[in-house]
Design a protein around this ligand. Structure first.
Ligand code: ZN
Length: 184
């Protein structure tokens, strides 16, 4: 089922999301719905707060980029209770967008290497050191679990430049090709 994507201004996007336990109701269905919602909106990642749930569940699909990044062929994964312990490596700038910020694309500096821990769909724990594009996507998505959005990482000047677009979202007048839940 395709779910509406919560847009900037929705308080859930600024909440710190909670870890879940294996008895979380309908988890399998939630993950399926998140994949479907992300695919429909042409996203590479989606965090549960973006569909209105303050829990630490994220889906990532890098298969769509496998023409440019062959190492990500068939890469579709769900991450549960994800946390980033260390960010290191060189800071790299790259343009980012976000399904909760339709129409905004800004260059964001992030560390190139991270240490993450999470559980997979079967609640098996993983500890990984991740680099490259996946490290960027994880930082973007896992930020959502801590109530952060990519615009928090841009300069005050750039933030000023996008103020009009943000205000449009706060008025509930943003547009996109997918179903959204705006504040008004
Ligand atoms: Zn996002």
């Amino acid at each position: 089922m395709i779910l509406p994507i919560y847009v900037y201004g929705q308080p859930v996007l600024r909440q710190v999301a909670e870890d879940i336990t294996p008895d979380y109701p309908n988890l399998k269905e939630l993950i399926e719905n998140m994949f479907e919602t992300m695919d429909h909106a042409d996203g590479v990642g989606l965090a549960a707060p973006q569909i209105g749930l303050p829990v630490r569940v994220v889906v990532i699909n890098l298969d769509v980029l496998s023409e440019d990044y062959p190492e990500y062929k068939d890469f579709r994964k769900a991450y549960i209770n994800a946390h980033i312990d260390v960010v290191e490596g060189d800071e790299v700038s790259m343009e980012e967008g976000c399904l909760s910020l339709p129409g905004i694309h800004e260059s964001v500096k992030r560390g190139s290497k991270i240490h993450v821990r999470y559980m997979d769909e079967n609640f098996v724990e993983h500890n990984e050191v991740v680099e490259g594009f996946l490290a960027r996507v994880m930082q973007h998505e896992f930020d959502h679990l801590d109530g952060k959005m990519f615009i928090d990482h841009i300069s005050p000047l750039r933030k000023q430049m996008i103020k009009g677009k943000l205000n449009t979202m706060l008025k509930g007048k943003a547009r996109s090709s997918y179903k959204m839940k705006q504040v008004k």
